[in-house]
Design a binder for this molecule. Structure first.
Ligand SMILES: O=C1O[C@H]([C@@H](O)CO)C(O)=C1O
Length: 537
């Protein structure tokens, strides 16, 4: 097993956040470090909160940065201090967690290195990170207004795909002024990763798309997957890496091709009918010019509606044989989450077991700890759905759908199974891919399957031998995904679809466990709802 560093030096990273800059600093830390980030909200009119995606916040649930769940928003002009321990090496992310703010570009990487005396189960010469995103021309406010209007206005497909904040847009297709669309602007040149011929690179690839499921590929180069969401993977080789919003992977690439030219890196939409041209970057072989286009046409990625290779990749991700932590063999509670799109009072929502999630005025962590139980519904949300009669293959009207801010209260230290069940949307013959992200924990991924989950048969097929642990996992169209986790981290934790618009439309739940074990809450997380006036100077 990996050893822990006994020294815990602190690092302070100061971040000021202003509106349009895309490239955020990467936070570099070592396992065991305490990271302190002082975030100053320099936005004129917007609140914010920053989530440290993949960091479990053990003992610091108030630093999870989830507005409405673990803290009040950081208002313009205020500085908020996040402090947490990075207790496990790996590839993580940070991003805004206020409304749909993340997709405006407020994100970055967290790279936690292994302790000094530790050898990873693979070797490489250099370490590089990229974040894949999609980009909309409409502001998040315009998008949010459409989503919560009658008639419903969907955000649609993004205008561009970005590799490390850089992408392209066909200016001739829009009536934009010269300043907003200028292809000769160096800002528009594709992102390049420069490699030295003969060397091996660890490329940390993350996705923080607002909507798109992606395939990522590098022309002429195989990728060996070695890490997923901070856990070592039994290595396997891919040509296309399928990646969903909220996931991180490390892949190894060998710079072993003809060194006299550059190669395309491309990313394209899968899982939805694409209306966005592919994102392009260069794998730049030194000493070629980093902006010299490869001599080839950028190769096309895999076809968008072929689900089988995506499910196959999900199934291929297993824990590395030297780093297996087996899950408990049984669970104390099984909760089934039916994912549906429905209409409630004429508004379009996403729901879990016909309940569309809404946030209370006082964040849960505060309301729970201070026993302000009137702040949110005390009617327990449903543990499942009518799996006998519900037809997952057809449009359902779901007439009993409601909105609620009730939460799932879990017994401390119990083992919980979550079965995510997909279904048809409100469009005929359509079921979408949803990346589900759990705050405060990793879960074991026990299995994926097609169709309706069968409680009698499917658990027998669970992988209890070498399941990967992750914090984000896809739910494939018309399929199910089975997860297991231990409710061992005192706090209130969001579990939600990582598609911005879907979470905005109610696709999430909150778990509470061990609230009596949470330490004294810092007053800085207060100031809204029933704590208005508290924590503000
Ligand atoms: O929530 C969504 O709404 C649209 C579509 O279902 C209705 O326009 C879509 O593709 C979503 O993911």
């Amino acid at each position: 097993m990996r050893s822990r560093s006994s020294v815990a030096p602190s690092r302070v990273v100061k971040a000021g956040l202003s509106r349009f800059a895309i490239a955020r600093p990467t936070i570099l830390a070592q396992e065991g470090d305490t990271v302190i980030v002082e975030v100053t909200n320099k936005l004129l009119l917007e609140n914010l909160a920053i989530h440290w995606h993949g960091i479990r916040q053990i003992g610091t649930p108030w630093s999870d940065g989830t507005e409405g769940v673990t803290q009040c928003p950081v208002v313009p002009g205020d500085t908020f201090k996040y402090q947490f321990k990075v207790d496990r090496a790996g590839t993580y992310l940070y991003h805004a967690h206020y409304g749909m703010q993340r997709e405006s570009g407020l994100y970055g990487s967290i790279r936690v290195s292994v302790p000094d005396n530790f050898t990873e189960p693979f070797a490489y010469d250099y370490d590089r990170s990229i974040i894949l995103t999609d980009w909309y021309h409409k502001s998040t406010y315009e998008q949010a207004t459409g989503l919560s209007s009658i008639p419903f206005v969907w955000v649609g497909e993004p205008q561009s795909l970005l590799i490390q904040g850089k992408g392209k847009f066909n200016c001739s297709s829009a009536s934009l002024t010269a300043n907003t669309c200028n292809t000769s602007n160096p800002e528009c040149s594709p992102y390049a990763i420069t490699v030295i011929p003969g060397k091996t690179y660890r490329l940390r690839v993350a996705s923080l798309t607002a909507l798109s499921a992606l395939s990522f590929q590098i022309e002429g180069h195989n990728m060996t997957v070695v890490e997923a969401d901070g856990h070592y993977v039994e290595p396997f080789v891919v040509k296309n890496l399928f990646i969903y919003s909220g996931e991180t992977y490390s892949v190894l690439i060998q710079a072993d091709q003809d060194p006299s030219r550059n190669y395309w890196m491309t990313t394209n939409v899968v899982g939805r009918l694409p209306n966005t041209t592919e994102g392009l970057g260069f794998l730049n072989y030194y000493p070629n010019h980093p902006r010299r286009s490869p001599p080839t046409v950028a190769p096309a990625g895999p076809i968008w509606n072929d689900t089988a290779p995506r499910v196959a990749q999900s199934l291929a991700i297993k824990a590395h044989h030297d780093f297996i932590v087996t899950p408990p063999t049984t669970s104390d509670r099984v909760i089934v989450f039916l994912n549906t799109q429905n209409e409630i009072n004429g508004y379009r929502h996403w729901s879990v077991n016909n309940v569309s999630f809404t946030l209370p005025h006082t964040p849960y962590l505060i309301a729970l700890k201070k026993k302000l139980h009137h702040q949110f519904s005390q009617t327990p949300p449903p543990e499942g759905y009518d799996s006998v009669n519900y037809d997952i293959y057809n449009v359902s009207k779901n007439p009993n759908a409601t909105t609620s801010n009730a939460i799932y209260r879990l017994g401390f230290n119990t083992t919980v199974d979550i079965i995510l069940q997909n279904a048809n949307t409100m469009t005929v013959n359509n079921s979408e891919t949803h990346p589900w992200h759990l705050h405060g924990h990793d879960f074991w991924v026990l299995g994926y399957g097609d169709g309706k989950f069968d409680m009698n048969k499917d658990p027998k097929k669970y992988n209890l031998v070498n399941p990967i642990r992750k914090n984000t996992v896809p739910l494939h169209p018309y399929g199910w995904t089975a997860l297991r986790f231990k409710a061992d981290n005192p706090g209130a934790w969001l579990f939600h679809c990582h598609i911005d618009a879907h979470f905005y439309m109610g696709m999430g739940v909150v778990f509470e466990e061990g609230i009596d074990k949470v330490g004294k809450l810092p007053s800085s997380i207060m100031g809204c709802g029933e704590t208005r006036g508290v924590g503000r100077p």
